[in-house]
Ligand binder design. Structure first.
Ligand code: GSH
Length: 206
């Protein structure tokens, strides 16, 4: 019997969104429990590492967006064909985490001086990482790894809107291959139908 999946995450499209895309892509049923900040504070101490996303598989609890996505990718056929392809996928996903930390952490920094220092560096971080990603997609025939859809593409595309939202700009302007990649992932029929039905989100646009 298929396991019962329950995803716990904020009502936004950040680190939990690749997991939702992968469930949709694989046509796997899951319960999508969405929290606002106040609801989360009440359950934070019950989360394995005090954060979300968290996935219940039957009666067991698992955390970490990358680990959960890698697990689901295996279920839905979006892993690599061998260890080296998986290494390339992991490399792209880890590069995405470097990027999203550089362009996202400033938003949550409560200390004005360090926040301002991080904001000042955004002008370097955006071109550095986006040029790298654009070049990777160019060398890989329109995808992040070996010219075919893998979970690295899903992990890159699914949370992008959230990071556009907090930075208040479409930072993919001027990166046509990355824009194409977004279209390819979001127009995959099962993902497109999830997007069409997904809730508007606790922070509209995020
Ligand atoms: N390494 C973790 C990071 C998870 C994470 O940063 N979660 C954030 C939301 S995207 C969170 O739970 N923030 C609330 C808090 O830390 O209190 C993962 O990839 O799942």
């Amino acid at each position: 019997m298929a396991p019962k999946y329950t995803l716990h995450y904020f009502d936004v499209t950040a680190l939990g969104e690749p997991i939702r895309f992968l469930f949709a892509y694989g046509n796997i049923k899951w319960e999508d429990i969405r929290y606002d900040d106040d609801q989360f504070e009440k359950v934070k101490s019950k989360m394995p590492f005090g954060q979300m996303p968290v996935l219940h598989v039957d009666d067991k609890i698992y955390a970490q967006s990358t680990a959960i996505s890698r697990y689901l990718a295996k279920q839905v056929g979006l892993s690599g064909k061998d260890d080296l392809e998986n290494l390339l996928i992991d490399q792209a996903v880890d590069l995405f985490h470097d990027f999203r930390q550089k362009i996202g952490d400033w938003f949550y920094d409560p200390i004005p001086a360090s926040k301002a220092a991080k904001v000042a560096q955004l002008k370097d971080h955006f071109p550095f990482y986006l040029n790298k990603f654009e070049q990777i997609v160019k060398e890989n025939n329109g995808f992040l790894v070996n010219g075919k859809l893998t979970w690295a593409d899903v992990f890159f595309v699914a949370p992008l809107n959230y990071f556009k939202y907090i930075n208040k700009r479409d930072f993919l302007e001027g990166y046509p291959l990355l824009q194409e990649l977004v279209k390819k992932v979001e127009s995959t029929p099962a993902i497109a139908s999830y997007i069409a039905k997904r809730p508007p989100g606790g922070r509209p646009g995020a």
